[in-house]
Design a protein around this ligand. Structure first.
Ligand code: GRF
Length: 188
């Protein structure tokens, strides 16, 4: 099965996924796409010899350019730090085939604007006792699709937002590729 990865930023999750499936005969990472032409994720894809490109709002929301590209190249679409809402034409083309990772325990700390450090700062500000990751199917609203997988860790009284971010990344790298593999194995 072929996957395309959408990412807006650094792409450490995208890199981890690409490396995990490097020698897989089940999954191949066909393409990395970003809404930011200078996103480091594109540099990571280049270094890993994965086809990649950037697109703008018009491409994504006002044309069939990206959905046609995804339909041609991918069976699944993975969001790994992708900050834009997925348009209806892509949701329709990939029913239960778009998977996102969120750096918190949804439904808490989800929704527009809740990404990256904003999430971890809010968790610390609210003195939460735990945080973690949520991997879920994507629907028309931010962070509201059916949950596939969650894993949590204890947030200590001395943890900073950065400490929480590091603990989240550790869980993401440990679980995201395997959860993707399991979904593809189960759903085909
Ligand atoms: C990850 O924490 C992910 O959960 C969130 O954005 C971050 C992306 O990090 N959606 P990276 O670009 O994969 O390094």
């Amino acid at each position: 099965k072929r996957i395309a990865i959408l990412a807006s930023g650094s792409g450490s999750n995208a890199e981890n996924i690409i490396k995990y499936f490097k020698n897989s005969d089940l999954v191949s990472v066909e393409q990395v796409l970003s809404n930011k032409k200078d996103a480091f994720v594109l540099e990571r894809a280049n270094r890993l010899n994965v086809s990649n490109l950037s697109f703008n709002r018009a491409d994504f929301y006002a044309s069939d350019k990206i959905v046609e590209l995804l339909k041609k190249n991918a069976d699944y679409v993975i969001l790994a730090g992708f900050l834009w809402k997925i348009p209806q034409n892509i949701l329709d083309a990939f029913p239960n085939k778009i998977i996102n990772i969120h750096p918190a325990l949804l439904p808490k700390y989800g929704g527009k604007g809740m990404y990256g450090m904003h999430v971890h700062e809010a968790v610390v500000a609210n003195a939460e006792k735990e945080s973690g990751i949520t991997i879920h199917y994507v629907n028309e609203n931010y962070d509201e699709g059916a949950i596939i997988f969650q894993n949590s860790f204890e947030v200590t009284a001395t943890d900073t937002a950065n400490d929480v971010a590091n603990k989240v990344h550790t869980l993401e790298y440990a679980h995201f590729p395997e959860v993707i593999e399991k979904v593809i194995l189960q759903n085909g």
